[in-house]
Design a protein around this ligand. Structure first.
Ligand SMILES: [Zn+2]
Length: 259
């Protein structure tokens, strides 16, 4: 062996592997607990056994619990930062219940015409049947007693990769800058909703870069065919022109040989 065990462990430490060791020595040096190897010792990194899988699962769960308990701002900082392409192409190797952050540019608001849906007051299910005496199929609450809820679907891009990010509730209110009812009033009182300040603000989010916090158990497919996921938090990033161009510009530049 060219390097010793200490050097080796230092090299793999950043990957946080599970290490199985047999025949190692325990000692105490200046009040600190120490482990050292002998010529009889064997070390294995991520050995293929159920105990290791259990340990790794425990660590992920523990980390998720810690993030779950943190404030939204801290959640953003604690979560592992990955690229959109990792989520799109390697989602099966990522951990379903772990938190991740990813940066992306808003390319389009897919449902800008209607940023909300009519929801059952009992269970938030989307109401389709508004007939007199109709009931929610899920919780039997009368559907005439409904509420409007934000459901903003944004097409976001990171280089060549596209996905849909969904904002609900408080997150959507923060994004638009007002509660849902205020938005509805603002956009229906104008014949041409494009004159609404709030509508303009929403459209102005296009081409801006955001950092999104997501959890992979909230992942699905959008009507546009690409992956869609629910954001748990977001923050707008300072403008960095040309850093990551929206897809259509990138294609254009590729054609022109500029990229
Ligand atoms: Zn219901």
């Amino acid at each position: 062996m060219v390097i010793n065990e200490g050097q080796f462990l230092q090299q793999v430490a950043s990957q946080k592997p599970a290490i199985a060791a047999i025949q190692i020595q325990m000692s105490e040096y200046q009040g600190e607990f120490q482990l050292s190897t002998t010529f009889m010792s064997t070390l294995k990194v991520n050995p293929n056994c159920k105990e290791v899988l259990k340990l790794q699962k425990w660590i992920t769960t523990k980390k998720s619990e810690n993030i779950e308990a943190a404030t939204l701002k801290n959640k953003m900082d604690l979560a592992e930062h990955i690229q959109l392409k990792n989520i799109i192409h390697q989602q099966h190797s990522l951990k379903e219940h772990a938190f991740y952050t990813s940066n992306a540019i808003v390319n389009n608001i897919e449902n800008k015409v209607e940023l909300y849906y009519n929801a059952c007051k009992g269970c938030s299910t989307k109401i389709i049947n508004f007939e007199e005496d109709a009931e929610c199929p899920k919780c039997n609450h009368p559907t005439k007693d409904f509420t409007s809820r934000y459901n903003i679907r944004m097409e976001v891009v990171d280089g060549q990769d596209v996905t849909t990010i969904i904002l609900f509730e408080d997150l959507a209110s923060n994004f638009i800058g007002c509660p849902i009812q205020e938005y509805i009033d603002s956009t229906t009182s104008f014949k041409d909703k494009e004159k609404s300040k709030l509508y303009k603000k929403m459209i102005a989010a296009k081409h801006k870069e955001f950092k999104f916090l997501i959890k992979l158990n909230k992942i699905g497919h959008s009507s546009h065919g690409h992956l869609s996921m629910v954001a748990i938090a977001f923050e707008q990033l300072p403008n960095t022109p040309n850093k990551k161009m929206p897809l259509h510009l990138l294609h254009l530049n590729n054609m022109l040989g500029k990229a």
